[in-house]
Design a binder for this molecule. Sequence first.
Ligand SMILES: NC(=O)CC[C@H](N)C(=O)O
Length: 303
Amino acid sequence: MVELDEILASIHDRIVDEADWGIPAQYIPELATIPADQFAISVCLADGSTHSAGSANTPFSIQSISKVFALIATLGRIGEQLWTRVGREPTGTAFDSIGILESDAGRPRNPFINAGAIVTTDALLSGREPREALAETLGLIRAMAESDDIYINDRVARSEERTGARNKALAHYLSSHGNLEHEPEKLLGTYFHQCAIEMTTEQLAKAGRALARLPDAPRTLSKEHAKRVNALMMSCGHYDASGEFAYRVGLPGKSGVGGGILIVAPHKASIGIWSPGLDGYGNSKAGTRAAVMLSRATEWSVF
Ligand SMILES: NC(=O)CC[C@H](N)C(=O)O
């Protein structure tokens, strides 16, 4: 599609011209030193084609985008039972907020904030070794993206393990409320490795096809689950900037502190964007602007 290729090339050029990159995640040492001036965007369409601009074959740390895949795997495994332990409401607070967990008495408000993802991973781990649960999440991602060339970056996981005091605090607090089945350190090892999965924007866009219900997507999740996960991405996918993202882009999206964003245009397209510099909410600064430009140019919106 010539027109889409032109749109993506012009978004890429504008982002590079503006050079307003933000700052890579500083609290994970392995991510802190990544050059901020990088950008990639990939789009899969309903006709089976994939279109990209920028460094669409550079793997990046998907971080919180992994929460989408862990949620899909957990819903597939235990279904609605998950909701006895995690809610489905947006928080209006930072992704790693400790305060809100106290007011919620240890039941995290949604599966996309850190506390909610830690509980989701705990449920996914149930009765298994970390290796097996990680293999399930990674296997699901590879199947959704139809690519075996997707791996966990152990250095990134260990880097976060060394510095992740806040996630440790969250896990211990959840544990004090009886909302964790596993010992916090073991569980966090699994969670950090899941966050350290690396993908390219092309792989990410391909993995999102099942959520967008595109005809060529591998049958990896039900229509029902796609609807639910998209609803949660729309309401909670960008933490305390979720309302702003919904307002400006009009599509379900999930960000990660590696600078990636997965965006779903139901029945039309699946989109992967990456730029490692972040804004004050921990969302990709240039990536969010690119998402706004794309939804404007294509008029893709669920509204
Ligand atoms: N927003 C994010 O991407 C956060 C993920 C990161 N691994 C953390 O737990 O802090």
